[in-house]
Write a protein that binds this ligand. Structure first.
Ligand code: NAP
Length: 265
């Protein structure tokens, strides 16, 4: 059977559990014919264990996306497994506890700087580190949480995501002439490690299940994986600098549903 990613070589970051959105993308991409190389941050043996749960065990290379030395060495490490790449998934975010949870007015610059360094600036850093592997062009995809409005508890991570949306546009501007498309998937809430570290995250879960016109699963990341795979494939050859919502339609409507979407009543 042919898949939409047949022959594509992909670099996927951000896998730490089977719930990680990066894991869902790696799994679906392999099912669609891609060769996948994972990056792991710090706890490499854990990432290697999760990598074995993919349909085809994937090699793991170490990457702290804030470490200039590791970024500079990334291309050589990836070349030990594939001779180049056609696509990259950025699935990296972190904010210190003081930057989340409703303390927006008192967060220190140090905490804000860390959140932006890991969650925003790393998108540019990863793209630049991967460039030597993408001589024939390709596709870079990042994972966003809608930053057009202020949310409860999301605080400075919301600011970091607003920055990510801007970085996406500037990367699209600068990498387009190299034949590289750069796009974000704006995902609805999923119960991953990163999400569980946000105190009060249940507020999003309740809002989404009540408001998303299509309904929304907090534990099924396949819709996000499919959209990422489509952007990493050849199916969007003229799309860059875009933000595609995979959120059950939540962003398009202002109030809760009055009917139960599962029954249509
Ligand atoms: P996750 O499974 O916890 O993945 C986050 C990953 O980022 C982890 O693998 C983490 O590694 C890694 N990371 C943190 N600092 C790093 C660094 N300096 N260098 C390299 N990697 C680093 O959570 P996730 O929800 O799948 O998050 C993936 C992306 O999806 C994030 O950008 C997140 O904001 C976005 N997103 C998530 C949701 C949601 O509701 N879950 C919704 C929309 C968008 P360690 O765990 O080892 O620290």
């Amino acid at each position: 059977m042919s898949g939409i990613l047949d022959g594509k070589r992909l670099l996927v970051t951000g896998v730490i559990t089977e719930q990680s959105l990066g894991f869902g993308v790696a799994k679906y991409a392999q099912e669609q014919g891609a060769d996948v190389v994972l990056t792991g941050f710090g706890r490499l043996s854990l990432v290697e264990r999760i990598a074995k749960k993919l349909p085809k065990p994937a090699p793991v290379v170490e990457l702290d996306a804030t470490d200039p030395e590791q970024l500079a060495g990334l291309a050589d490490k990836v070349r030990e497994h594939v001779d180049g790449i056609d696509g990259v998934l950025h699935a990296i975010a972190f904010a210190p506890p003081g930057a989340l949870g409703g303390n927006f007015l008192n967060t220190t610059w140090e905490d804000v700087a860390k959140a932006v360094e890991v969650s925003t600036f790393s998108y540019k850093s990863l793209a630049v580190a991967a460039l030597p592997l993408m001589e024939n062009g390709g596709s870079i995809v990042g994972l966003d949480f809608d930053a057009q409005q202020a949310w409860p508890v999301y605080d400075w991570m919301g600011v970091a995501k607003a920055g990510l949306e801007a970085v996406n546009r500037y990367l699209a501007r600068d990498l387009g002439p190299k034949g590289i498309r750069v796009n974000l998937i704006s995902a609805g809430p999923q119960r991953t490690m990163a999400a569980k570290s946000i105190p009060g995250f249940e507020a999003f879960e309740q809002a989404w299940t009540k408001r998303a016109p299509l309904g929304w699963s907090l534990t099924d990341s396949e819709p996000v994986a499919k959209a990422c795979a489509a952007l990493l494939s050849d199916l969007f050859p003229a799309t860059s600098g875009e933000i595609i919502h995979v959120d059950g339609g939540f962003h398009a409507v202002g109030v809760e549903r009055t009917e139960d979407v599962s029954t249509g009543q």
